[in-house]
Write a protein that binds this ligand. Structure first.
Ligand code: AMP
Ligand code: MG
Length: 396
């Protein structure tokens, strides 16, 4: 069977996935969610004309004379006075500019003289003043639909009085770990058994990406057990990820069981190394990603494929995965049949980012992840890759 090129798998997600429903949620719960409509300022910014310095509010034209102090305007406490000719008000940064004043003399150029002040320098009209609405008018768009809400967006919206936002519902994720050989940390490691790496990898990745704790179930290599677990997962989640059992071994039941449960296959097997057996399908509004058992393959399937699927489900405008361009630091072998996805270390070298290939890249190996900062994409070809070539990569 022909292998699907990675680019076509990504195109497939773009075409076939529909966005989840939207919901209105309080801003303080919105970090990590994707905006479903533009978020607009509820108030103008600044809300009122104010001082940008600690100093004295006055009329610029009076700068040459001795001025009488008639009050104080601290931040949050407007002075209840009007500044007339020959008068000034002590004002602090963020204080409301009193009526009548048209400039603020910063305190460094002012001398106190008992009841009043004298300026050592003249001031211009508008000096040290932030005008109402100069940054944004009420109703101005601060963040667009399709933007993922980060700390900066949270802050910008809070400042503009936006207390709730319309976002796409976060996807619910369920994980099934298959394999009779797989043992969880803390359990005895019997003959022929291995510690589970994929459960911790998948859990950590989804949590790190902001999706919260996925439901994780462990399933024996048994059709009935798998059918039960997969059926429950499909009922509860928007995205079900399985690990293992998706290849062509005698105990690889994922494709059969998925088929039996009415999951319609979109594709099976991608021209990538590692991660070739990736299976993708749909039942109703739930999606199933059957990932291979090798942890190195799971990593690739997460960083490249799950990232793309989740971005589509959430209506994220930025195309995912977020590829960047880096320079290969040393030559590496290519593969003529499948694109390689190699773990690399990003090293800054005189302002240039270089990708240094790591040893121990086999799909069953994971120990180099402790040093891996990037996953680089080396499209299939006959010739090896040489130092200095530019490659696409994802930051891990
Ligand atoms: P499979 O895709 O089920 O044939 O598994 C491929 C390889 O990945 C085998 O060597 C498995 O033992 C290994 N493997 C499967 N599941 C896990 C897991 N959860 N953690 C670590 N290795 C696994
Ligand atoms: Mg297996």
């Amino acid at each position: 069977m022909a292998l699907l090129p990675i680019a076509e798998a990504l195109e497939c997600y773009r075409r076939s996935l529909r966005r989840l429903p939207t919901q209105r949620i309080p801003l303080e719960l919105a970090l990590g969610a994707v905006l479903a409509e533009p978020a607009r300022a509820a108030i103008s910014l600044p809300r009122f004309t104010q001082s940008s310095m600690d100093g004295y509010a006055l009329r610029a034209a009076d700068g040459h004379m001795a001025l009488t102090l008639i009050g104080t305007a601290a931040a949050g406490e407007p002075a209840q006075v009007v500044v007339g000719a020959g008068q000034a008000v002590r004002i602090l940064t963020g204080g409301v500019l009193p009526e009548g004043a048209d400039a603020v003399a910063r305190q460094e150029i002012v001398e106190r003289t008992g009841e009043g002040i004298v300026l050592r320098e003249s001031v211009r009209v508008g000096e040290a003043i932030r005008h109402e609405g100069e940054e944004l008018a009420a109703g101005a768009v601060i963040a667009e639909a399709g933007q993922r809400i980060n700390a900066g967006i949270v802050a910008a919206l809070a400042m503009a009085g936006v207390d709730a936002v319309e976002v796409y519902r976060r996807p619910r994720v369920a994980v099934l770990i298959t394999g009779d050989e797989v043992v969880r940390l803390g359990e005895p490691l019997g003959e022929g058994k291995i510690y589970d790496a994929n459960g911790p990898l998948l859990r950590a990745w989804f949590v790190e990406q902001g999706y919260g704790e996925p439901g994780i179930s462990y399933v024996r290599d048994d059709k009935t057990a798998l059918e039960e677990a997969m059926s429950a997962a499909l009922d509860s989640a928007d995205l079900v990820v399985t690990s293992g059992g998706v290849s062509v071994g005698d105990r690889d039941f994922v494709p059969d069981v998925a088929d039996r449960l009415g999951v319609r296959k979109v594709f099976w097997k991608v021209a990538q190394k590692p991660g070739k057996p990736l299976w993708f399908g749909r039942r109703g509004s739930s999606w199933l990603m059957g990932m291979p058992g090798n942890p190195g393959a799971v990593l690739v399937c997460l960083a490249v494929h799950a990232a793309a699927v989740l971005a589509r489900l959430e209506g994220e405008a930025a195309s995912m995965p977020a590829w960047r361009i880096g320079e290969l630091a040393q030559g590496v072998e290519s593969d003529s049949g499948r694109d390689r996805l190699l773990r690399m270390d990003i090293v800054a070298d005189d302002g240039r980012l270089r990708l240094v290939p790591l040893p121990r890249q086999e799909s069953h190996m994971l120990s180099n992840l402790a040093s891996a900062s990037a996953l680089a994409w080396l499209p299939r070809r006959d010739d090896a890759y040489a130092a200095g070539e530019l490659l696409r990569y994802i930051v891990l």
